[in-house]
Structures are given as C-alpha cells and as structure tokens.
Design a binder for this molecule. Structure first.
Ligand SMILES: [Zn+2]
Length: 345
C-alpha cells in the first residue's frame, strides 16, 4: 500500500514539471467566445469518422435529421461536449494552454477578447475577429487598441460564411490599416460545418475557399502579412500556387488537426512539406467552445509519423515565432540567421 501511495504522490508532483518539459507551442487560432456563441451548441467528433449524406427531400428526416446525426447526437468514438458557460470555457481553455505549454492568438469581439486576456495575459495574445467588414470595429478603434498593445492580429476573418470575398472593396481600409500597423491577418479559407449554407450561414460558399482570391489583395498591399486559415482545404494545389508566387504567405491548418481524420490531415499537411513549404506551415487548434480541441490536436501531431521531430517543431512553434516575430518561450529561434535578417557577418 505504501508503494502505491508513494507512486500517486510522485505522479501528482510530476504534473507541473511535465507541463514545463513539453516543448512550447504557438496556437495561431483560438476563439475568445462568450455565451452568445454557445446557443444551441452541440458535440463535435474528434475526428468526424465521415461526412454523412443528406437527403434534402426526405420529410422529417431531411435537414433536422441530418443535423441530429452530425452534431446533436453523433455516433463517433471520441465526441466532445461544449463548455457549460463563459467561465467554464475560459477556465478550461486556459488550463489546456498551460498544460500543453501553448501561447495562443485569441480572436473575438473587443469585449470578449478583453475579458479573456484579463484571465491570462501571458498565454493569450489579443486579436479581433469578424465575419465581414461591417462587423469590424472602425479603423480608429483598432488603431487605438494597437497603440495600447491590445491588437496583435486580425483573426479570424470569417467572411466566407457570409459570401464575402477577400477583395471586397469594403475591406480596403482594413487591409491598408493592417499593412500600416504591420499586424498579421488570418482569413478563413476552407471547410465549414457540412450543410451550414442550409441551416446556419446561408452565405457560405465553398468556392470562397480558393486562396487565389487573396492574390489581388496581396498585390495591392505587398507588406500585408497573411495566413490562410484551414490552409484552403482541400484546395492544396491552389494554396501552394499562391504560396509559391507570394513567399510572405503562410498556411495555418486550423480545424483539420483536431476534427478531421488521419486520412485527411496528414497527406494534406505532408503535401506542403514535400513541396518545400515546411517553413511556412502553422499550427492552430481552432478552439471554439470545445476546450479539449487544443490537447487533442497537439497530441495527434506529437504522435503522427507523417512528420519528423524537426518538422513538428517548425509546425508547432518555430514558423509561428518567425511569422509573428515573437519568441514567448525564449527558445532563441529568432536569433537563427537562416530565415531572418542577414546576420551582418
Ligand atoms: Zn476558427
């Protein structure tokens, strides 16, 4: 009995040290949500085993039946329940960040972001998100927040859900602002919940996943620092065409590492590595209202044999450190001259 008790004490004592030993991670993409984002929230599968067919004409089991099978009561071995309320969401998300040694860009409304940052100004970096130019705070408000250290990025810009393309003229003042402030922007280009056009966001168009739609914006704003959220999945050829022509662009794999199958994520990610983009792939959990998405996605990356240990380090920390020009864990990665400014020698 004494041995078991001693083992338990040793395990308890080992937990903080274990968190410290974990190599640091930068999560480019978590959401600072509040209760307004949890109305009617349901489960997600990590991963979803399949994207089921919907029969739109089948009375009673058309859309409602599809919604129930996909989200309300999905039959999957590993399903995650949403947080209970605001406080539960913040507390459990921050606990996940600390346990996994993660520093995260947290995007949301001004009020939600300020509330989240108050709880952990070390692990969380403030961003502002919006579903369209009409829902972003005015440029003057953003400029003031930036001056106060409360705006590190515009993330996530989810215009795709409202059918708004990146070169919509209403965005022009914001692209100019992000360029002038020299802050990164993360643009949603990739999948949404299956069927979302019919049950939640009528403007969603798969065609707006095409990263080449950003190209005119890049040309007009050559100093803009863009990362493509969800890496344009599944349009890897078009994403890589954009990255080849515009070496300032990075791809962030977002929801794929938490909720998509091994057969989706690893071949997709590996294609970018094999094409020579291993220094421009970024990790993001896309934690919305399911805090466990952070630990689940990081564990899957640590376990996969699709990437080498060095590639995992780049994906989880080094590339984001270079892109954001920060090194919150003090690894010294920015001092390496290979990718940064000339060393002067
Ligand atoms: Zn997101």
């Amino acid at each position: 009995m004494r041995t078991i008790a001693a083992m338990l004490i040793a395990m308890l004592l080992a937990t903080p040290a274990e968190a410290q030993r974990r190599e640091p991670v930068i999560d480019m993409h978590i959401h600072a949500y509040g209760a307004d984002n949890m109305d009617g929230a349901s489960y997600v599968c990590a991963p979803f085993p399949a994207f089921l067919p919907m029969d739109p004409g089948k009375g009673g089991d058309g859309l409602p039946g599809y919604m129930k099978r996909m989200f309300e009561d999905p039959a999957c071995p590993n399903r995650i329940a949403p947080a209970k309320d605001d406080a539960d969401l913040r507390a459990r998300t921050i606990a996940e960040l600390r346990r996994n040694n993660v520093y995260a860009i947290a995007g949301g409304t001004v009020a939600n972001v300020d509330r989240w940052i108050a709880d952990d100004p070390v692990r969380l970096m403030p961003a502002i998100s919006a579903s369209g130019p009409d829902r972003l705070p005015p440029p003057d408000v953003l400029r003031k927040r930036h001056a106060e250290g409360k705006l590190k990025a515009l993330m996530e810009l989810t215009f795709q859900y409202r059918g708004i393309a990146p070169d919509d003229p209403r965005m022009e003042p914001y692209w100019s602002l992000a360029e002038a402030l020299d802050i990164p922007v993360g643009i949603h280009m990739g999948p949404g919940p299956p069927g979302t056009t019919y049950f939640a966001t009528p403007g969603y168009r798969a065609a707006l996943s095409d990263p080449l739609l950003i190209e005119p914006v890049l040309v007009r704003h050559p100093k803009l620092r863009v990362f493509i959220v969800h890496a344009g999945f599944p349009m890897k050829d078009r994403t890589m065409a954009l990255m080849a022509a515009h070496p300032q662009v990075y791809a962030e794999f977002g929801v794929l590492t938490a909720l998509y199958r091994d057969s989706d994520i690893w071949p997709y990610l590996k294609a970018f590595v094999d094409a020579g983009f291993e220094d421009r792939i970024l990790y993001g959990s896309d934690q919305m209202i399911w805090p466990q998405m952070i630990g689940i996605s990081i564990d899957r990356i640590r376990k996969t044999t699709a990437l080498t240990a060095a590639q995992k380090r780049k994906f989880l920390y080094d590339n984001a450190a270079r892109f954001l020009r920060i090194d919150p864990a003090g690894t010294g990665v920015l001092g390496q001259s290979r990718w940064g400014a000339p060393s002067g020698k």
